[in-house]
Ligand binder design. Sequence first.
Ligand code: PMP
Length: 395
Amino acid sequence: MDLLNKLQLQLAGLEEKSLIRKRRHVETPAGPRVTVDGRDMLCFSSNDYLSLAGHPKVMAALQEGVDLYGAGSGASHLISGHSRAHAQLEERLAGFVGQHLEAPRALYFCTGYMANLAVLTGLAVGDKDTEIFSESLNHASLIDGARLSRTTVKVVGHADVASLAALLEQSTAANKIVVTDSVFSMDGDLAPLPELLALCERHGAWLVVDDAHGFGTLGDNGRGALEHFNLRSPYLVYVGTLGKAAGVGGAFVAAHEVVIETLIQRARPYIFTTAAPPALAHALLASVDIIESEEGRQRRAHVQALIAHLKASLKLKRWQLMPSDTAVQPIVIGDNAETMRVSAALYAQGFWVGGIRPPTVPLGTSRLRVTLAAGHTMDEVDRLVAAIHVLEEQS
Ligand code: PMP
């Protein structure tokens, strides 16, 4: 059988299991209300938690960034693509989250995916001397980073602190790296970071925290999960993404300056790629200003109020709201096809709520992933809740 036939069979297999993914076309700035393929929709599926992607100040800063620095960077960071905007952003971010770290420095990456690959491949020095302990629900980019590091990887059960303690106890590796999402992207729950960090400190292990869904949304000042849990340690390596709550794109790693210098010198996902357009970094300076400001605080407070309202008003019988206090509020339906039918029925009524299926989530736990954002109103949440109630009744 030739390759095309094989690929076609594979695709047909996905279609049969209701696992084919489709893309739609958004025609307006990302936000709570978008036009999609010509239709006005309420969007409950984006990670733009603070609704900054369409914020006038962030958009204006992006335009200003283009005037200052042009459309693209022209080269990788170590050749000629590193701009003053990148450097300013890195300094700003190091200052923003630095109180939780020792000798903090930050490094801006094109995407969170690449930042995670870079951290795990960059820290795994000496290969045989290093072991990675990876949470079972970690994001795909951490899983791939652990694989690419070519070190021993031990998968630890979800939020299973006791198992991690046992594994660290048994380990004879000189370098130990524990890696976890802070907010689990498809479940919305928080990792027990204080317990994990205490264990790491006891065993001289490093703790890599992927705060993709926490940066900007958690903590009084939006500094993320480390602020939320009031953590500080020389053993922390922090990854924040900037395409979600920060509303633009890219990611950063903040850690001890020696870790960051190591990434600059050694991490292939940093070295061998064109630097992100400097205008993005310039726009992100405006995002961080908003995140840290009173306006940012108010946006976070509104998201919290929406979360409480959704949880109080959703009364499900067979479907299940997962235990989450974050803006990620998944409703588990179970079956792939039913999940996609419900998602399509909501879509037909003007609610865009993504259906999440395996392999993104375990088999039999397909779900609607409802996400809330600062730009949503209580009334919009009420309308979504009412539509979900009717669909559950009918299913
Ligand atoms: N980590 C987590 C937990 C994520 O959810 C994501 C994005 N879905 C990433 C990393 C990757 O970030 P980016 O989208 O910036 O590549």
